[in-house]
Design a protein around this ligand. Structure first.
Ligand code: SAM
Length: 273
C-alpha cells in the first residue's frame, strides 16, 4: 500500500518537482521520477545480449527494458526498481501494447510527454480501466506532480510498427515487479535467471567493495553460464572503469568478467562459470 501523503511530500508543493531526499544519494529514491522512454540504445544492447529463450531479471527503468527483452525473444522477464514510478510507467506501456495500435501507442507517449500527468492523456483514458489497480491509483493520486521526466522522445524511442506487431504477440500480461534498491535485491529473489540487466545504476556509488558485494549476493540466483550485465553505459569513465577492471579477482571463484564495447555501449559482463 502506498502512503500517498509521503509520496507527494517528496515533491516540492509549489513547483511539483521531485526533491532529492537523501535515499540512495538523493537522485533515485522510492518515488523519484521515471524516464518516459529509455535513454539507452536497447536495440543495440539486445543484439549483443541475444536473450532468445532467456529468463531475465532487469531494472524496470522506463519500462522499455523489459519490453525490448520481450521483443528480442526473452522467455520470462521480471523487473525491479528503486522507484515505484518505474512500475507505473511499465504497466501503462504493457497494457497499451495489448490494447492500442502502434499509432495510438506513439500518440499516447507524445501526450504523456506534453501533458501535466498521465491521467490527462486521451489514449490512457481508454485503457485505464484495464491498467493494474495500484498503478491506476498512483496516476490518479499523484496528479499534479512531475512524477516522470519529459523530453528525449525521438521516433526511435518507441517500437517501430514491425516491432510492435511482435510485441502484440509476446507481451501478454504485466511484468512481475520487485520494489527494491539494488543493494537489497538478492534477498528478494526466489528463482534463477539466465540474464540480469542492471543497467545504468552502478555508476552511482561505484566502489569495488559495493559492486563485488552486490555481484556475489546475486550469484546464487544465476543459472549456470548465466550473465549479469553489471553495468551498461554509453561510456565508462575513470572510477567505474577502474572498479570493473578490479572486479575479476573479487568474483573469480564463480565468474569471469569481460568488458564489451561497441559504438553505443560499454558493458561490464559477468558470466557464471
Ligand atoms: C539511472 S536510471 C537511467 C534510465 C535508464 N537508462 C532507462 O533507460 O530507463 C535507471 C533506473 O535505475 C533505477 N535505479 C537507480 N538507482 C537504483 C538503485 N540503487 N536500485 C534500484 N534501481 C535504481 C532508477 O529508478 C531508474 O529507473
Amino acid at each position: 500500500m502506498i502512503d500517498y501523503k509521503l509520496a507527494r511530500s517528496r515533491y516540492d508543493e509549489k513547483t511539483g518537482l521531485f526533491v532529492p531526499n537523501g535515499d540512495n544519494g538523493g537522485a533515485f529514491a522510492a518515488f523519484s521520477p521515471a524516464y518516459l522512454v529509455s535513454n539507452e540504445d536497447l536495440r543495440s544492447a539486445m543484439n549483443m545480449l541475444q536473450p532468445h529463450g532467456a529468463d531475465v531479471l532487469t531494472v524496470a527503468g522506463s519500462g522499455d527494458q523489459p519490453i525490448f527483452y520481450k521483443l528480442y525473444g526473452a522467455n520470462n522477464v521480471d523487473t525491479f526498481d528503486i522507484s515505484y514510478v518505474a512500475k507505473v510507467m511499465m504497466d501503462v506501456k504493457t497494457v497499451a501494447i495489448q490494447k492500442l495500435n502502434n499509432g495510438q501507442y506513439r500518440q499516447m507517449l507524445n501526450g504523456i510527454n506534453t501533458a501535466r500527468g498521465i491521467a490527462d492523456v486521451p489514449e490512457y483514458k481508454t485503457i485505464q480501466s484495464i491498467c493494474p489497480v495500484d498503478s491506476q491509483e498512483f496516476i490518479h493520486k499523484m496528479h499534479g506532480v512531475e512524477y516522470y521526466l519529459r523530453g528525449g522522445l525521438w521516433s526511435d524511442s518507441a517500437p517501430f510498427a514491425s516491432e510492435y506487431d511482435v510485441l502484440k504477440k509476446s507481451v501478454n500480461g504485466n511484468f512481475n515487479f520487485i520494489w527494491t534498491d539494488l543493494d537489497n535485491l538478492a534477498g528478494r529473489l526466489n528463482k534463477k535467471y539466465d540474464q540480469m540487466y542492471l543497467s545504468n545504476i552502478l555508476q552511482y556509488g561505484c566502489s569495488v567493495r559495493r559492486v563485488s558485494r552486490i555481484a556475489n549476493d546475486l550469484a546464487d540466483c544465476l543459472k549456470p553460464r548465466g550473465q549479469i550485465m553489471l553495468q551498461v553505459s554509453p561510456y565508462f569513465i575513470w572510477d567505474e572503469l577502474r572498479v570493473y577492471e578490479q572486479l575479476g579477482r573479487a568474483v573469480s571463484k564463480w565468474a569471469n568478467v569481460r568488458m564489451v564495447q561497441s559504438k553505443t555501449h560499454c558493458m561490464c559482463v559477468l558470466r557464471k562459470l
